[in-house]
Ligand binder design. Structure first.
Ligand SMILES: C[S@@+](CC[C@H](N)C(=O)[O-])C[C@H]1O[C@@H](n2cnc3c(N)ncnc32)[C@H](O)[C@@H]1O
Length: 261
């Protein structure tokens, strides 16, 4: 990390990130209770919108597909972005594979259940196929850049989903403020944001390493959204306790949604 305060030696740099460690820590066995809440919130929020989104972006996807799978039914196209090419390689490998790849099946099963469906193998395969078709461009991107996807993507998207990325760039809250401003500027007036962050987390665990957390409160999030042009009346922020995750460096998460303008 070159910007802001240097992380303490105990906090790893993203050059030490291992996509497989991340997948194994958080996603390889069960849909963890906090992730269940996050996905249910995403589905509930998307279901309420009566039109389909033309241009979706998942920012800071890491090596994961579950947020794109949850959004795929509601958008004609989804671009995905992350700072680490290795993460995007994992995403691309899944997109290039077929329903024989069962890495995300249990998440698709859970998502279909949130939508009121009775999931079975055929429905799971169909939703994952739909997701493979909807995912378009994968971008290597740095949230610290003023235009993380280039100036022509300013105000480009009408749906932006970002889970546990912008608050995980740095332990310096000023960096988080700038990342919020940069990434949220890719959303069009009237566009919908769905954002998840770790609550009051200074560092979170992946494998044996700790990565940075911006130590956010509910108020930090509300104020940042308001100052980035989101209508206060549309801002919805909740703290979800997850005491079992204290072993990973956080005991709560923030789920949020808001409309720009
Ligand atoms: C905790 S993971 C979240 C991954 C995924 N969205 C999820 O919910 O599991 C944090 C992600 O932020 C990405 N990241 C870290 N610094 C970044 C930066 N400066 N710009 C963009 N992404 C960054 C990392 O590569 C990693 O994929």
């Amino acid at each position: 990390m070159s910007e802001g305060t240097q992380p303490s030696p105990a906090i790893a740099d993203y050059s030490q990130w291992q996509a497989q460690d991340y997948f194994r820590t958080y996603y390889s066995e069960v849909v963890l209770p906090d992730e269940q809440v996050v996905l249910a919130y995403q589905v509930e929020t998307l279901k309420r919108i009566e039109h389909k989104f033309g241009r979706g972006l998942e920012y800071g996807c890491g090596p994961t597909l579950h947020r794109a799978i949850a959004a795929a039914r509601y958008a004609f196209r989804i671009d995905m972005a992350d700072w680490l090419p290795d993460n995007l390689t994992e995403v691309q490998a899944w997109v290039n594979s077929t329903s024989a790849n069962d890495d995300w099946n249990r998440f698709t099963h859970y998502i279909l259940g949130c939508e009121g469906d009775t999931p079975d193998a055929r429905r799971i395969a169909r939703r994952e196929e739909q997701t493979r078709k909807v995912i378009r461009n994968l971008h290597v991107s740095d949230a610290r850049w003023r235009h993380p996807l280039g100036p022509d993507r300013q105000g480009f998207y009408d749906l932006l989903v970002s889970g546990f990325c912008l608050d995980a760039v740095s332990s310096d809250k000023r960096v988080w403020h700038r990342c919020m401003c940069n990434v949220l500027s890719t959303l069009h007036e009237g566009g919908l944001l769905i954002l998840h962050s770790l609550y009051r987390c200074k560092a979170y665990k992946v494998g044996e390493r700790m990565f940075p957390g911006a130590d956010l409160s509910e108020d930090d999030l509300v104020e940042s959204l308001a100052s980035n042009g989101f209508a206060r009346s549309s801002i919805d922020v909740h703290v979800i306790p997850c005491p079992d995750n204290a072993q990973y460096g956080y005991a709560g998460i923030l789920v949020a949604s808001a409309r720009k303008g």
